[in-house]
Ligand binder design. Sequence first.
Ligand code: FMN
Length: 177
Amino acid sequence: MNFEELILKRQSDRKYLPDPVAKEDVIKCLEAARLSPSACNAQPWKFVVVDDKEKLAEMADAAEGLGMNKFTHGVPVIVAVVLEKMNASAKLGSLVKNKDYCMLDMGMAVEHFCLQAAELGLGTCIMGWFDEKRIAKLLNVPRGKRIPLIISLGYPAAPTRNKVRKPMEEISSWNEY
Ligand SMILES: Cc1cc2nc3c(=O)[nH]c(=O)nc-3n(C[C@H](O)[C@H](O)[C@H](O)COP(=O)(O)O)c2cc1C
């Protein structure tokens, strides 16, 4: 798969086969995230992989709400992405330039994870809608640490869709805004 094919392949999968995911494939996705860029190389993330059946059931309950994320029941792996502290230079840069570098960093690492998963034939869905406190408690995340995102991971049970996106003219311009 070349890069263009890969980015068309990656999508938010909301239907999964019950088949387990090989640990080495999960590790490949983690490695892709580990190699992601970050402001001042702070790497302010920790990926907590959940494959324990009981915890998965609780994660799915915590992800579901107002009709969202019902599909998480039965997903073989869910990863909670914990926001870790930035290093001093990233923190200073973030403050001086008034930019949330750590959230940008995390978004990129999560996308690296998902692209690697797609390359392995796995499906993912990045989720920002879930009961964060409940997941933090379940996974023993230290008090005060945020979990901006969770990611479902498994073999997709639905075909690849066409992308629905804004037109090129709306999302880009050349030489001026
Ligand atoms: C930060 C973020 C949060 C998201 N939260 C959810 C979510 O809670 N539930 C869900 O089903 N999809 C969620 N999505 C997936 C988006 O809906 C999806 O990426 C978008 O519609 C584009 O579709 P595609 O990923 O299939 O290309 C989220 C995506 C991002 C990047």
